[in-house]
Design a protein around this ligand. Structure first.
Ligand code: BDP
Length: 683
């Protein structure tokens, strides 16, 4: 039998990221057998073939039915458990097809994939192990992603939006998918993107913005062919395409007089539209919906609940095996602070908890990790633990809207890992990572910038989103280390240990550094309105968006206690409700999120609130400066252009950090009149 040709590897060399050819050295210098047939096995074969061509190994391809190849002395066998990888049929959708088993015995490493995607994950596991995959014996260990869905949401507009541009909250150039109002004709870079994503464990991508404007609405119907082209480009790496749709589609696309979820003609319209989607994209993943949120249409207009809305789409998708990801980001953005019920932090819980148990099995409630909006520090959303009969997906924001917009280094893996490890219940109750049965969703930070994410170090956030979705309990520093190894291949530089140490030093603490020089103690949202870059202590204080800090001459913070505040603290189960209820027990880093306290209030750390603000802001700038200096010292240990790009961004980070420090410190000095105990200049 003739072995199938190897699928060409979409190259990323021109656009540096993880997986440069060098990352494959250990594998590529060996004798490798790839067994099985199907689309994803072709991909694995292509990867192996390219690596072996580069590093002098040999790549052989066989169908699994052919036993003879096993007699030969292979170092690595990558094989499917069955003969076909299931890409063509329903098998690919088995929850378990992503599992693989790795064993090393008698000088041979064998990876058995339960399905094509398992084989692909197994390949990348071997790449991560490097030489260690070919060392001492390893007993068989089966690996499977903890969360079945690891999805990226691209907030990409097809047409350039007059206010939000091509990519809403995008800091990495234009869209990877869309250009000049249509899907890109040349999809090589989309293929290369799919490869990067597969290597970190992402298996689903939503290709358009959750805010669905008129042009984008048509992707569901007459422009589905463009989505199909993107789906084709992502499929060889095991990634399923998803689409954001507007709830008003029956009106704006179907010409119906209503989008009422209980109306028979509306239900028929969605069923027919969805059937056409599947005719174009047989493995289509499903819909993402932002409804009744920040101006998007939704079921409230018809007096219906969000379960009615989600179930309408779930029913349309069900015959085809699709899922609706229904976002819980529902709040009134045209309010002002009137009484305790208007607290934006409460809104998702108030809307969705009464609906627990009312959603279809193929409806997932997609919940932002915090109750407000991706601030550098928020408590974990109480919604996540409060709907035991609903599949929850947790949404994080890789695009750094509120964390420095990819001009500041802010490695988010440690933050996400804290969220995923949080136990909304008491004692040994499940973690957020265990409760997220609907998956982990990250808003993508990638674009058509040569470094994919604008700031080359922001790639670590994209990588971590996939890896933490696959293993929510993973040590976030180990995830960052993986990214460092796969991206910079330190062993190829003159001083590997110095490079590793330097990269670790600038990444690991970067989130906390960012937190220090921005809004203090969980109060959040002291950003400039609109674009959200840089400080503006009162920028949102008197706007209707529902984000406040209530600073006055005596104190600062939002009283969200049950006793005297908005009652938000009471949305948590014990022990959290009690812990957050009192300033005496509330963790320092969340104090101003939950309480309004005088400036002289003494934190658990022993410092007053106002002195803490001064201290952390000076420290944050000093830490940013130290990181910049470490970066400078790494010149010569990596490619010059990449070093220069980061160096340039550090100058902006430092400028920005100083601006934040001076703005926040002088704001609180003027409000409180309390001088810095250490006499430092406050501008
Ligand atoms: C906010 C963004 C806005 C998004 C919204 C969302 O500022 O651009 O549309 O989240 O998640 O953080 O829908």
């Amino acid at each position: 039998m003739t072995a199938p040709a190897a699928r060409p590897v979409p190259r990323t060399d021109a656009d540096p990221a993880w997986l440069p050819p060098e990352a494959f050295r250990a594998l590529g210098s060996r004798r490798v057998l790839v067994c099985g047939t199907g689309d994803l096995t072709d991909t694995v074969h292509g990867e192996v073939d390219a690596a072996c061509a580069e590093f002098g190994g040999t790549a052989v391809r066989a169908a699994v039915a052919d036993h003879r190849p096993y007699d030969r002395p292979y170092d690595l066998v990558l094989r499917l458990d069955g003969t076909a990888d299931g890409t063509a049929g329903g098998a690919e959708h088995r929850a378990d097809d992503e599992a693989f088993t790795l064993v090393r015995e008698r000088g041979r490493t064998t990876v058995s994939g339960a399905g094509g995607r398992g084989l692909l994950h197994g390949l990348f596991h071997v790449v991560r192990l490097g030489e260690a995959a070919f060392g001492a014996d390893r007993p068989p260990v089966t690996h499977r992603p903890a969360l079945a869905t690891r999805m990226l949401n691209h907030w990409d507009n097809v047409a350039v939006h007059p206010v939000m541009g091509q990519v809403e909250r995008g800091y990495a150039g234009g869209s990877l998918f869309w250009r000049d109002g249509r899907a890109r004709g040349d999809l090589d870079r989309v293929r290369a993107y799919g490869r990067l994503l597969a290597a970190c464990g992402i298996n689903a991508v939503c290709v358009n913005n959750v805010n669905v404007h008129t042009t984008e609405a048509h992707l569901l119907t007459d422009r589905i062919g463009e989505v199909a082209a993107l789906a084709d480009a992502l499929r060889p790496y095991g990634i399923r395409a998803h689409l954001s749709v507007t709830f008003a589609a029956p009106l704006v696309l179907g010409g119906l007089g209503t989008a009422d979820p209980l109306d028979a003609s509306v239900r028929a319209w969605w069923a027919a539209a969805t059937a056409r989607v599947y005719a174009a994209i047989p493995d289509f993943g499903g819909y993402v919906v932002k409804a009744d949120s920040e101006g998007q249409p939704g079921p409230f207009a018809y007096g219906r609940s969000h379960a009615d809305g989600a179930n309408l789409l779930a029913d349309a998708l069900a015959p085809h095996g699709g899922t609706v990801y229904w976002r819980a980001f529902v709040y009134n953005h045209r309010q002002d602070w009137r009484d305790r019920t208007t607290d934006r932090a409460r809104a998702a819980y108030d809307h969705f908890v009464p609906l627990d148990g009312a959603f279809r099995d193929n409806a997932v409630l997609q919940v932002k990790h915090g109750p407000v909006d991706f601030q550098p520090r928020e408590p974990v959303s109480p919604v996540i633990g409060a709907l035991p009969r609903t599949r929850i997906a947790v949404e994080v924001q890789a695009t750094q809207e509120y964390t420095g917009q990819q001009r500041h280094v802010c490695a988010l893996a440690p933050m996400w890992s804290e969220v995923l490890g949080f136990r909304p219940g008491a004692g040994a109750s499940p973690t957020v990572g265990e409760l997220a049965r609907g998956g982990l969703v990250a808003v993508s930070n990638a674009g058509d910038d040569p470094y994919w994410t604008g700031h080359p170090l922001a790639q670590a956030n994209l990588y971590a989103a996939g890896r933490l979705g696959a293993r929510p309990g993973a040590d976030p520093h180990a995830v960052l280390d993986e990214w460092i190894e796969l991206t910079f291949t330190p062993d190829t530089c003159p001083d590997p240990e110095r490079l590793r140490a330097g990269l670790r030093a600038v990444l690991r603490g970067s989130w906390r550094t960012y937190e220090k020089y921005t809004a203090p103690l969980g109060v959040g949202f002291m950003v400039q309105p609109g674009h959200h870059y840089g400080p503006s202590a009162d920028g949102y204080e008197y706007s209707p968006w529902g984000t406040y800090h209530f600073a006055d001459r005596d104190g600062v913070g939002v009283d969200r206690s049950r006793a005297t505040g908005t009652g938000y603290a009471g949305q948590y189960a014990e022990p959290w409700a009690t812990l957050y209820e009192s300033p005496a027990t509330c963790p320092d880093e969340l104090l101003l999120f939950f309480h309004h306290v005088p400036y002289g209030h003494v934190l658990h750390s022993g410092t007053t609130v106002v002195q803490h603000i001064y201290d952390t802001h000076f420290e944050g700038v000093a830490e940013a400066a130290a990181a910049r200096d470490i970066w400078t010292s790494l010149a010569g240990l990596m490619d010059g252009a990449r070093h220069a790009r980061v160096a340039e961004r550090y100058e902006e980070q430092l400028r920005g950090a100083r601006e934040w420090r001076d703005h926040i410190n002088s704001y609180f000095f003027r409000k409180s009149g309390v001088p810095d105990a250490r006499g430092r200049p406050i501008h």
